[in-house]
Design a protein. Structure first.
Length: 313
């Protein structure tokens, strides 16, 4: 008898009580179409304030394939994904959202590709951002372009966390125990061969997005500082340019004073120059501060998450 392959699916959730039954139903339909494949569903409750955990328990009571992990508080999606990945045992591991913006039917094609090719991962990317605010879409595109230029990571525009990976690639990701996590960068950093599936944006089946513009902006800063030191290079270059400019201005002032004398005048331009240079200095100090803050959090060695309740032995 042929051994069955196991697909572990990690689903990080924060206040997803409305959509979980729909997600479970759709996922079941897809998994029933796969022959000789068993499902392991890892649901991670990231400190939800609604009845998400209650939904987890109801699903686990009626389906032994459902496992859940519940955090002591909200640690963020990155921590939830990492906790889920650590708990998986399958031959293949998928990460997807419960809001059905990650179409479960794509798992069929993903599995077929990994089974019949030499790819280690099948990722997904949106080719449209239909339904998103235009300003959010604009900044997202700018972020991906910026990351390509300032880092060695080839992060694909529109890339989602939704992907199916081999056990080997999953173990490589789990081995990266860093506290400040930016998974899109980590997926690229570990290497392995990835095939991209393109699809049009799908709106949430229910509930509201937990990602505000401000949260996405902070997340993008985390990505930049996690996988690029280019901002520090900018800081150093600005420092050298202003030192050079100051040296030139000193020569000009000395020459003017010797040649023509120097009446007391020009205080508005002086104040503007001081404010400008001071602003640049604070900007550069802020960049350095961001990197120091990340280092500070790493060296404290705090756990990435704390589990309050789980049905995983």
């Amino acid at each position: 008898m042929e051994n069955k392959k196991v697909i572990s699916i990690v689903v990080p959730c924060y206040n997803e009580q409305e959509v979980l039954p729909m997600f479970y139903e759709e996922l079941n339909k897809v998994m029933n179409e796969l022959e000789n494949v068993e499902l392991e569903l890892i649901l991670v409750n990231d400190g939800s304030r609604d009845n998400t955990l209650k939904e987890f328990k109801e699903l686990a009571n009626k389906d032994e394939r459902v496992k859940y992990i519940s955090f002591s508080r909200n640690f963020g999606k990155e921590a939830a994904m990492f906790a889920g990945l650590e708990a998986t045992t399958g031959d293949y591991v998928a990460i997807m959202d419960a809001d059905l913006q990650d179409p479960p039917k794509l798992l069929l094609e993903m599995y077929d590709i990994l089974e019949n090719s030499d790819y280690d991962c099948v990722g997904t990317r949106r080719v449209t951002r239909k339904g998103e605010p235009k300003i959010r879409s604009l900044f997202a595109k700018m972020f991906y372009k910026l990351m390509k230029k300032i880092s060695k990571m080839d992060i694909v525009d529109g890339a989602r966390d939704f992907r199916l990976m081999t056990r080997q690639m999953t173990d490589a990701i789990i081995s990266m125990q860093e506290y400040n996590r930016f998974s899109k960068g980590i997926f690229t950093w570990v290497g392995f061969k990835t095939k991209w599936l393109e699809y049009e944006n799908v709106e949430r089946a229910a509930g509201k997005s937990k990602w505000s513009f401000w949260k996405l902006f902070i997340y993008s800063l985390d990505g930049i500082t996690a996988f690029s030191t280019f901002p520090l290079v900018i800081s150093a270059i600005l420092g050298m340019l202003f030192c050079l400019l100051a040296f030139i201005m000193i020569l000009v002032i000395v020459f003017k004073t010797i040649a023509f004398g120097e009446p007391v005048s020009g205080w508005p331009s002086t104040v503007c120059a001081i404010l400008f240079v001071g602003g640049v200095q604070l900007f550069c100090t802020g960049i350095i501060g961001q990197y120091l803050a990340k280092t500070y959090l790493e060296v404290k060695k705090r756990p990435i998450f704390i589990v309050k309740e789980t049905n995983i032995n």
